[in-house]
Design a protein around this ligand. Sequence first.
Ligand code: SF4
Length: 82
Amino acid sequence: MSKKVKVVYNRDACIGAVTCVNLNPELWVMNKDAKADLIDSKREGDVWILETELTMYLQMACEQCPAQVIEIFDKETNEKLF
Ligand code: SF4
């Protein structure tokens, strides 16, 4: 069973490098403003939030984002995973 996680995405700081879209197109799509959208996420203050299951591709998108604007937390414990 895969781990439930909360993705926290600081969209304002996205530099449009497209790495996340290339690695994990199920969750990321480029917008006309040259920033990525996190599909089905909801805005909370300055960030966008999505609760989902952790996949290798989501982890890779987080770790390889050159702007480091994607964080992944354990949904149950709120521990930062990546
Ligand atoms: S990899 Fe990071 S900087 Fe590049 S589009 Fe995705 S969120 Fe934005």
